[in-house]
Design a protein around this ligand. Structure first.
Ligand code: ATP
Length: 209
């Protein structure tokens, strides 16, 4: 089984960590952070280098070795790769039988139909959605709703290779990497928003100033 948490992690913050640890506990399995090198063209490229972002992830993985590890398989790519291709590459590596779980935020689920070749995703992985209990699923397009609704479950114990959407009740934390970068640029405190070791690293490397 593989639980994937893809992101740019520029930098990794306490919202990422809380979510990864929550899912790890619920599934009784470690979560693989999947650092992505490159962003879609509508997003700005990361400010920290890949080496720096990986170093920050490693600081966190070292602290929670039972819960968090790093999957480096996409880190070496030089440009953005849509998730569907990332998952196809991982399937080549791990085979079609292994249960895959891909963590996304509740907001991402309702706009999943803007992802490249989104219908193929359900044939490649399960999703774990970090949503509030009353998340407005009716905000989805009719087509997406039709695809998503029959797949939804709250069962975290049943293992299938792909195709299910597991809703969890993780309460979102009001934090984003954008917010952290803005604080550092304004020289306001990021204490409590990132791990102490990440704060030190950002200082040391003079990131986001
Ligand atoms: P940015 O502000 O630069 O866009 P981000 O904080 O969204 O960054 P990413 O690395 O892009 O961080 O996020 C990776 C994944 O983590 C995404 O699926 C995103 O939805 C999720 N995520 C980010 N912040 C939170 C949070 N506070 N709570 C729950 N999930 C989060």
């Amino acid at each position: 089984m593989k639980i994937l948490f893809g992101g740019t992690f520029d930098p990794i913050h306490n919202g990422h960590i809380a979510l990864a640890r929550y899912i790890s506990q619920q599934f009784n399995h470690h979560v693989s952070l999947l650092p992505l090198n490159g962003v879609p063209n509508y997003k700005k490229p990361p400010l920290a280098s890949l080496t720096q972002r990986l170093a920050m992830l490693q600081l966190i993985a070292n602290q929670y070795p039972e819960q968090i590890e790093i999957d480096y398989s996409e880190a070496g790519l030089t440009e953005y790769s849509p998730t569907v291709y990332t998952l196809q590459r991982l399937r080549q590596k791990y085979g079609n039988e292994m249960p895959f779980y891909f963590i996304i935020g509740g907001d991402s689920l309702v706009t999943l139909d803007i992802w490249d070749e989104w219908q193929k995703l359900f044939g490649l992985t399960n999703f774990i959605v970090a949503a509030r209990p009353n998340y407005p699923l009716n905000k989805m397009s009719a087509e997406l709703q039709q695809e998503v609704m029959p797949r939804i479950t709250e069962n975290t114990q049943q293992r299938t290779a792909n195709g299910r959407i597991i809703m969890t009740h993780f309460e979102p934390i009001e934090l984003s990497s954008t917010m952290i970068r803005a604080h550092v640029a304004r020289q306001t405190s990021i204490a409590g928003m990132v791990d102490g070791k990440i704060q030190e690293y950002i200082n040391e490397q003079q990131l986001y100033r």
